[in-house]
Design a binder for this molecule. Structure first.
Ligand SMILES: Cc1ncc(COP(=O)(O)O)c(C=O)c1O
Length: 417
């Protein structure tokens, strides 16, 4: 459920008519509903209320300070994958002891920053990374809390680009090698083994792959116990999918029930989850304005948002529903919804029934909250768009539209003298 709905044929976000915001901030813009963000965070978090757990929101999915701050206020932690995301999480008020650091390529500088910040744990993905972390921690005279990321070789049945738990993917350690790396970690002076982690992919639409992987991870934890290594945290990553089109993903409660059943076999562990998409995906829309329409072999609706603003359709062939902001009895036409970028791959929807549109109409691209703004770029030297949040009958800009000056900030013409 989300808080975007028509009232008297005008799309509203909570109590605010979308055209009113467009008038105030211009287009395009991302529009977040704080009621939906809150509802989705709590649905996920409360599904695990009866067991020790920590919900670490995956910052990569949506990294605006206002969004992170909202979740921090609800008791959430953060799953980060870079020093930049750590900086954001801390600036948003996330408690360092609720931050887990994932990713295959942490640099020594990033490790140092995270150690000095006092994060909960590093999800380490290779033996070389472990050695690098040991060296950085030794240099600082501290112990680095570590979980090793296991690659369980489970097929998440999702898009190849967002599948991470197969043996052929770059992520984690093969289970067969992981026990040896744990023994290695145990012997390191500045490493403290605290957990096991796993993340098999994103936009999963069934619980079966989660169940298969948690069973493998729990069997692995038992093996570790046999080796005299006990862990406090079991981090199962994120990945629960949402409905963009016809998908029928499990509800958080169903996902939680499946994990909890398996967890009964790993008593004493605190569960960590790293949901991103399921919380923010349907909590935002991208509002764009029709510039032109043109027809030849096909119909095209040219809008002011492009693949640099929302990359998912071009990158993954992803589906985002498109609605008119004002219903005025317009019919539908099969068309491509395209942006101003000089690439044929620049589309938001292709060969889809779309609202019959004319120049100046506003369109809403739905389910844009996850991997939307956070994946946007300045390609074609386009300033990144504004982000706006609604709460009840109020709205505020939570990220200003970039200016032309911001496009060249930091650039310099060399003087070669
Ligand atoms: C390590 C890790 N945790 C959590 C997530 C969040 O995934 P999702 O947005 O599908 O919940 C990702 C995304 O790929 C990830 O790589």
């Amino acid at each position: 459920m989300n808080h975007f709905e028509y009232r008297h044929h005008v799309l509203h976000c909570e109590e605010v008519p979308v055209p009113l915001i467009a008038q105030g901030v211009g287009t395009p813009f991302y529009l977040y509903s704080s009621a939906t963000l809150t509802r989705h965070f709590l649905a996920m978090d409360q599904a695990f209320a009866d067991l020790p757990h920590l919900t670490c929101f995956a910052v990569k999915s949506c990294s605006n300070l206002a969004v992170l701050n909202l979740f921090a206020g609800l008791g959430g932690g953060a799953d980060i994958v870079s020093g930049g995301e750590l900086f954001r999480a801390l600036a948003a008020g996330v408690e360092p002891r609720k931050i887990v650091y994932s990713g295959v390529g942490k640099t020594p500088e990033e490790m140092r920053y995270a150690l000095l910040s006092g994060i909960l744990m590093f999800n380490v993905e290779s033996s070389q990374e472990l050695a690098a972390l040991q060296a950085v921690a030794a240099g600082l005279g501290v112990k680095a809390p570590v979980a090793l990321r296991i690659n369980p070789d489970v097929d998440p049945q999702t898009h190849a680009y967002i599948s991470t738990g197969l043996a052929k993917n770059k992520f984690g350690l093969p289970i067969e090698q992981a026990a040896a790396v744990y023994e290695e970690a145990k012997g390191l002076s500045h490493i403290e083994v605290v957990g096991v982690s796993c993340h098999i992919g994103s936009q999963l639409t069934s619980v079966a792959p989660f169940v298969e992987s948690i069973h493998k991870v729990i069997a692995f934890i038992r093996r570790l116990t046999g080796l005299g290594i006990t862990v406090k945290y079991l981090d199962m990553g994120g990945g629960l999918g949402i409905r963009y089109d016809q998908e029928n993903p499990p509800e958080p409660a169903e996902y939680a029930a499946a994990l909890k059943q398996a967890l009964a076999e790993a008593p004493g562990c605190t569960l960590i989850i790293e949901p991103g998409r399921v919380i923010v995906g349907n909590a935002a829309i991208l509002v764009t304005k029709v510039l032109y329409t043109k027809s030849g072999a096909k119909h095209f609706i040219v809008v002011d948002a492009g693949m640099n603003d929302l990359a998912r359709p071009s990158l993954y062939g992803a589906h985002h529903a498109v609605l008119p902001v004002m219903e005025r009895g317009q019919g539908q036409m099969t068309a491509d919804l395209v942006g101003p970028i000089c690439e044929t791959g620049d589309f938001l929807a292709r060969e889809r029934p779309l609202p019959e549109s004319e120049s100046g109409d506003l369109l809403a691209v739905l389910s844009a909250g996850a991997y939307g703004f956070s994946m946007s770029s300045n390609y074609n030297s386009r300033p990144r768009v504004a982000e706006v949040m609604v709460r009840g009958d109020k709205f505020q800009v939570i990220r200003q539209r970039e200016t032309l000056a911001s496009l060249i900030q930091g650039e310099r013409i060399p003087d070669w003298e």
